[in-house]
Design a protein. Structure first.
Length: 203
């Protein structure tokens, strides 16, 4: 990961942490016209309430991008993190472009859309009941930032080690760049130290 990306990510992490603590400023007041809705209800109107999609625990949206674009980006985030919550490829296909690029690609993971599929399969080999909580979702311009909490139980296998059923819980921060209609690139940081310790690989 480049220094520029690290700096950007650190700034976003600080912003998301502030949002989680309830200290972030209100979103800009501009929207697509009509009566000004209450500031607390406008973001909620952008959510896709379909029962098969994950719902963010907290949502903050930059109104200056307009309601249509904002709703599009929120739904893309819901599709992407429903993929991580379920492992179902159809949600990934709906969220990311065929030209998708991972700008923080871990060693051994394929570039492009094949990368998230491989990562999800590897995670679920070790933690078959893996879930992804979308704890915070921040939509600003053409960027989606998410704070995630992954949970499950180590009942599968990891690097030849069979799990004993111990609980797993670790955090991640994602930044997604949205193109015309889907996500085209991302940057991500996972708490791998915590994960590996919980899997019994590190003490």
């Amino acid at each position: 990961m480049s220094w520029r990306t690290l700096t950007r990510t650190a700034a976003v992490v600080a912003t998301v942490s502030a949002l989680a603590a309830g200290t972030a400023a209100a979103a800009p007041a501009h929207h697509d016209g009509g009566a000004e809705p209450p500031s607390h209800s406008w973001p909620q109107r952008l959510l896709d309430r379909s029962p098969d999609l994950v719902q963010p625990k907290a949502l903050t949206v930059d109104r200056s991008i307009g309601a249509r674009r904002a709703a599009q980006e929120v739904r893309l985030a819901q599709q992407l993190y429903t993929f991580w919550n379920t492992g179902q490829q159809r949600h990934l296909d709906a969220a990311i472009s065929p030209q998708f690029r991972d700008d923080t690609l871990p060693p051994g993971r394929p570039q492009g859309p094949a990368g998230p599929l491989a990562a999800s399969k590897a995670f679920r080999t070790a933690v078959p009941d893996l879930t992804c909580e979308l704890s915070d979702l921040l939509v600003t311009g053409d960027r989606i930032t998410a704070r995630l909490v992954f949970r499950g139980h180590f009942t599968g296998t990891f690097n030849g080690t069979r799990g004993t059923g111990r609980g797993v819980e670790f955090n991640a921060i994602d930044i997604q760049h949205v193109g015309t209609d889907r996500i085209v690139e991302d940057w991500h940081i996972e708490d791998n130290e915590t994960l590996l310790t919980q899997l019994g690989v590190r003490s």
